[in-house]
Design a protein around this ligand. Structure first.
Ligand code: NDP
Length: 491
């Protein structure tokens, strides 16, 4: 994670007309320019099949910025600078000669070529092959891959092998956009720059950890894609396991990309298997039925557009009790939960500390919540430490209360703007730092563990349990944690 100005690059955006490019990537590139983080000589080259002229392309980007930047963020001076970097080349990814045309817009003697593939993985192979055909790959050329990298271990290997035929691992940047969030990086600082936390980050002090990634949205018209995938592959395999790794990993000896990623792989390999022998106790899968979100009625999964009232067994909710089999975490469960159509959109990690071994206060107060560290990734990023204090003032006896030490990242500076995760990741791909990208062995270790769990659901004929939209999942999810004498964190 470097802050030096990167070498000038040709940032080539494949899939420039797509939703991801328009909604997230162009706004992120613009914000980097606004913050003077782009090398003055860097270019942004949009690549798509659309029959756009250069002017039409620039007008499309301007329109998308006006739509997706927040009010007041579009600035004429920044736009002049940014629009001068833009170039467009019409390319069909399957047409080799189109890549020769692309080559004319690239200058590898002056700039590093960074290829961002915001396309379906089915065209990754064609893009790599044709970049090679047009002699656009040299030792410095990088490739950035969007998820999903496969739908299981085998298919992920096929994608990785295809790309590896043209690019060395140290030129491949696999995106998990959760790793670009400020608070996730702050977790590294919190853990490894503060002995207060570092010395208490183990099974002596910590009782359990909860990780929740909840969305209020349903399928947003993506039924045909989602029904083949489900929440386990779409969210757990990547985002939740990445967050778990950031919490559970041992301190790396250095902060370079491979030292960090070596530690994450160790965690993934230490995950206790969930298979047909324990899946009923360790995993709950659900599917939303009709209900209401923010007072508005919403349909159930099978009534979504494209669902056709089907009897799909695809899960839209998963909760898991995961153990990490090593000395640091022996006996400390990690409860993971993620779902669609939840009551609120939230992503948070809650580290729950053990109670003191002997209680000396009034027993009536013994149920008071133990110390908790709440690391919130969205909606408002921040870290809160819950502590038990004496109630202020004169009372009879020593009455306790829960208070929170609040590190709200927005309160220090009223002009603070939390950068979108993609801003950080795009910048790092230009700088050439892979710390926040996922290495091949991480993907494979995570699929190995997830495949076993998904197979166990198939083998045992596990049926999804329905939950009403606007609730925290099926009742079994509450039972999963309450069986252990614990409960999901609520504020
Ligand atoms: P879209 O379908 O909106 O865009 C995909 C782009 O790829 C389109 O511009 C399409 O071109 C282009 N494309 C596909 N096949 C070809 C081809 N043979 N030749 C040239 N262009 C081609 O998808 P998204 O933008 O939503 O997603 C892109 C990738 O990113 C997907 O793999 C998705 O899973 C992933 N992703 C998306 C997220 C999002 O928020 N949208 C979030 C995380 C990951 P054309 O317009 O000409 O059809």
């Amino acid at each position: 994670m470097s802050h030096q100005m990167h070498k000038a690059c040709d940032f080539v955006l494949f899939g420039a007309k797509g939703d991801l490019a328009m909604r997230k990537l162009f706004p992120a590139l613009y914000q980097l320019d606004a913050a003077h983080l782009l090398n003055p000589d860097s270019k942004v080259i949009g690549v798509a099949r659309a029959d756009w002229s250069q002017e039409e392309f620039v007008a499309q980007v301007e329109a998308t910025l006006n739509r997706f930047l927040k009010e007041g963020e579009f600035d004429a001076e920044v736009w002049n600078r940014f629009s001068a970097r833009l170039d467009y080349v019409k390319v069909d990814m399957t047409a080799p000669d189109d890549f020769k045309k692309l080559g004319q817009a690239i200058d590898q003697s002056q700039r590093v070529m960074v290829n961002y593939l915001a396309t379906p993985p089915s065209v990754f192979g064609d893009i790599c092959k044709n970049l090679s055909y047009a002699e656009l790959i040299n030792d410095e050329t990088r490739i950035v891959l969007e998820k999903p990298i496969g739908h299981d271990l085998e298919s992920s290997k096929v994608i990785n092998d295809t790309v590896a035929a043209y690019f060395n691992e140290n030129r491949i940047y696999r995106i998990d956009h959760y790793l670009g969030k400020d608070t996730v990086q702050n977790l590294l600082a919190l853990r490894f720059a503060n002995n207060l936390f570092n010395s208490q980050w183990n099974n002596h002090a910590i009782d359990h950890v909860q990780i929740t990634v909840a969305e209020t949205v349903g399928l947003e018209g993506r039924y045909s894609y989602y029904d083949k995938v489900g929440q386990m592959r779409d969210m757990v395999q990547n985002h939740l396991l990445q967050l778990l790794c950031m919490v559970a990993m041992n301190p790396p000896s250095k902060l370079d990309a491979d030292s960090v990623r070596d530690e994450k792989v160790r965690v993934l390999k230490a995950l206790h298997p969930i298979d047909s022998t324990n899946v009923h106790k360790r995993a709950v899968r659900g599917q939303y039925a009709a209900g209401s979100i923010d007072g508005k009625a919403v349909v159930g999964y099978s009534e979504e557009d494209g669902g056709g009232q089907s009897q799909s067994n695809t899960e839209t909710f998963v909760s898991l009790r995961v153990n990490v089999d090593n000395w640091r975490w022996a006996g400390v469960p990690f409860y993971l939960r993620t779902g669609k159509r939840m009551p609120e959109k939230t992503t948070e990690i809650v580290v729950v500390y053990k109670n003191n071994p002997h209680y000396i206060f009034d027993k009536k107060q013994q149920d008071m919540v133990s110390n908790r560290l709440v690391i919130r990734l969205q909606p408002d990023e921040g870290i809160r430490l819950h502590v038990v204090m004496k109630q202020l003032g004169m009372t009879e006896g020593l009455n306790l209360q829960n208070r929170a030490l609040n590190l709200d990242f927005t309160s220090d500076d009223p002009n603070h703007r939390t950068p979108d995760a993609y801003e950080r990741l795009l910048l790092e791909s230009m700088v050439g730092d892979q710390s926040l990208f996922v290495r091949r062995d991480e993907i494979e270790a995570s699929w190995t563990w997830c495949d076993q769990l998904i197979d166990a659901w198939d083998e045992t004929g596990d049926e999804v349990k329905h939950y009403n939209a606007g609730t925290w999942g099926p009742i079994g999810s509450i039972a999963l944690i309450e069986r252990d004498g614990r409960s999901w964190h609520e504020e």
